[in-house]
Ligand binder design. Structure first.
Ligand SMILES: O=C(O)C(=O)C[C@]1(C(=O)O)C=C[C@@H](O)C=C1
Length: 308
């Protein structure tokens, strides 16, 4: 029952994993999101935890792209982690003397204003994760940077890392959403009334109104979208898919009906899962979009087609 995650230990992804498996040790730190997904798909692990959306930087492209193609996976749960950053180094020095800073690109995007003000001279060196950047400072090999930006937990487990600045995120309320992924045979999480469904919708035809037609499927059934992003398929210029989160569970009639409509117009629509929202926020559903309204209307049509 090994769980892969974007490692090494000390990443925000590990903090999300701890919400799913607080005391577990059977964890496989992966060096990238595609590597975690590969471990899941080739059966080396039973599930994987990866970041999917940040409140400041938006969707995590590496995850959105990896789950959109290749063997299917299912989202089993989502987790929210508050994001707080420290600037660390192995030597105490004034910020003005820092030459280069390493961290994950998503983390860098979240401290950009702070960095421009406090370490404008520092070059940015991308790292595969925040923890990987910080631990690089402690390794035997010489790294091309003298400071890193990481989660405070890394400093707790590695006291050799000195904190040069605390809480340096541009937005103190930043939060990242993570997903726990399983294989396509995973049992469907139960409907809670506060659920989310994630879909991948390839743009099947490049023509006026194509996106409108997709959105209509949701709008007419009272299904609210909480995220929509277009991502290039990588096949050729202008070929896109939409990555979409909607409020509700596939067991909700209004969601099921929207999926039927969607699948009719876009037969390659991919279902990534229905799962409980981490914020427990229930969907707002008008009277004519409730399960009862859908089944009543369907029964009425059934009677018309099969008069007794
Ligand atoms: O590098 C990490 O610690 C991660 O878990 C990755 C990641 C991300 O991909 O967005 C997660 C949360 C933060 O927003 C910054 C980086």
């Amino acid at each position: 029952m090994t769980i892969a995650y974007l490692g090494p230990a000390g990443t925000f992804t590990e903090a999300a994993l701890r919400q799913v498996d607080p005391d577990g040790t059977d964890h496989l730190p992966a060096s990238s999101v595609p590597a975690a997904l590969a471990a899941l798909r080739d059966g080396r692990v039973s599930s994987a935890v990866v970041p999917i959306e940040n409140s400041v930087e938006g969707g995590v492209s590496a995850t959105l792209d990896a789950v959109a193609v290749g063997p299917e996976v299912r989202i089993l749960a989502e987790m929210l982690v508050p994001i707080r950053f420290n600037l660390v180094a192995t030597q105490d020095k004034p910020l003005s003397e820092i030459k280069a800073v390493s961290t994950h690109s998503h983390a860098w995007a979240q401290v950009r204003d702070w960095a421009e003000t406090h370490v404008p001279q520092a070059e940015y060196i991308p790292a595969s994760s925040t923890a990987a950047g910080a631990l690089g400072l402690l390794g035997d090999e010489t790294v091309p940077y003298d400071a890193a930006i990481c989660a405070p937990t890394v400093c707790e487990t590695h006291p050799e890392l000195l904190v040069l600045a605390e809480n340096i995120g541009d937005n103190p309320e930043a939060v990242t959403r993570f997903v726990h992924l399983g294989g396509p045979e995973s049992p469907l999480p139960e409907r809670t009334g506060a659920d989310r469904t994630t879909l991948v919708i390839p743009l099947w035809e490049d023509r006026a109104g194509a996106l409108m037609e997709i959105l209509e499927q949701f709008a007419t059934r009272g299904v609210n979208l909480s995220r929509i992003e277009s991502r290039p398929t990588g096949n050729y210029l202008g070929d896109y898919f939409f990555s979409v989160d909607i409020d509700g569970h596939v067991q909700d009639e209004r969601v099921a009906e929207a999926l039927v409509g969607l699948r009719r117009i876009c037969p390659t629509t991919r279902f990534l899962g229905s799962y409980a929202r981490a914020d427990h926020k229930p969907a707002v559903v008008a009277g004519h979009h409730t399960d009862g309204a859908f089944t009543q209307a369907r029964d009425w049509v059934a009677d018309l087609r099969n008069p007794r």
